[in-house]
Design a protein around this ligand. Sequence first.
Ligand code: SF4
Ligand code: SF4
Length: 474
Amino acid sequence: MYKYDPSSLKAEEFINHEEITETLAYAEQNKHNEPLISEIIEKAKKRKGLSHRDALVLLDCDIPEKNEEIYALAEQIKKDFYGNRIVMFAPLYLSNYCVNGCLYCPYHAKNKHICRKKLTQDEIRAEVIALQDMGHKRLAIEAGEDPVNNPLEYILESIKTIYSIKYKNGAIRRVNVNIAATTVENYRKLKEAGIGTYILFQETYHKESYERLHPTGPKHDYAYHTEAMDRAMEGGIDDVGIGALFGLELYRYEFAGLLMHAEHLEAVHGVGPHTISVPRVRRADDIDPDEFDNGISDDTFAKIVACLRISVPYTGLIVSTRESQKSRERVLKLGISQISGGSRTSVGGYAEPETEEENSAQFDVSDNRTLDEVVNWLMKLGYIPSFCTACYREGRTGDRFMSLCKAGQIQNCCHPNALMTLKEYLEDYASEETKAIGEKLIEKELLNIPKEKVRKIAQEYIDNIHNGQRDFRF
Ligand code: SF4
Ligand code: SF4
């Protein structure tokens, strides 16, 4: 029998089913308990986060006025920690060969009609140039699990290729990696290759469902998958990104699992996840999201984001183009700090858009706008699109990054970096209209840098960018 222990290295002890079941029952019993809910909200106002139990009570809270307070607090914490900046990234699919049998993903091995592709290094070059030409500086590379077609050497070579390309003023300055769970030794190699965050979604924390949804292939092993972040950290990667695919299991279960996973990483490694992603199951090739019983409404989705925001204030929250413009707009306010833009979810979709017949996409994109349209939209909503990658390049990862946040230096660091990288975007890639809006925004936002000295230097750097120089950072 497994017993709950956040410091254990055994999956079934740090993601303990009994603990989750009890937490769900506790939250259900207390969803109308006004004094308890008020007490938890007060605790959350201290901005030190919440335990999974407290967080789940807020997620379940069924008192409209209290829910308003929860949303207002999420918005406030979002503003205090992230200001109005939104970090931009794009996914880059390297290969959709996969030996696993995941029931919710069209890349599953039994899908014989999906077009299988693996980019050559020359094709990667073309993709990266197309991404740089859009203005991207930060990528998340994705590949299915296939030791023959996508061995680690292929991934390492691809990372090297991506970092080596400097087309016009373009550069990919941070490559995050989303590949299957692997060994400590392989994580060490990824670290040496200079990756940013290692991303691996749990999909579902519910062991039985996990095994049912992953009937074949190495991913079937729940413990090996769930313990992957510990191996990644042992291999020296200190920025890890977790996530659950909402719609597969009960959302309350996944929410508790995500927070328990974060508590576990904090307890064992002294630093929680760098990011949490909240994808929802989407339609794709032979996948129909209606076949999964646990789809969540936009309201529930917003509540999940708000409750995550107050429970793990230092952790970045990501939504992709799986979400529609409308849904993204709502959750940006409540806590999302990173979004993708202009994404293609097929292998090789940037340099040459795919035809209907050769569809190799992992999911259908809901937000089809170009990066320029997304940047323009964000600025009109009052956000600063940021292409910043400074921390990673300054070695501020893991707990060093957390100290920057905890020392409250974000406004003196992220804010000018956001403005400088936005300026680069405007100079090199923006449409006339986007540029005009952006220039005004930069002028206004420079005044919001608290330290005068930093403000002056930022202004100087921005002038230098206008005069053709690139790549300044704090
Ligand atoms: S989710 Fe990942 S591992 Fe599963 S089939 Fe898709 S690409 Fe393969
Ligand atoms: S300074 Fe660091 S934390 Fe801030 S936006 Fe840039 S990379 Fe992120």
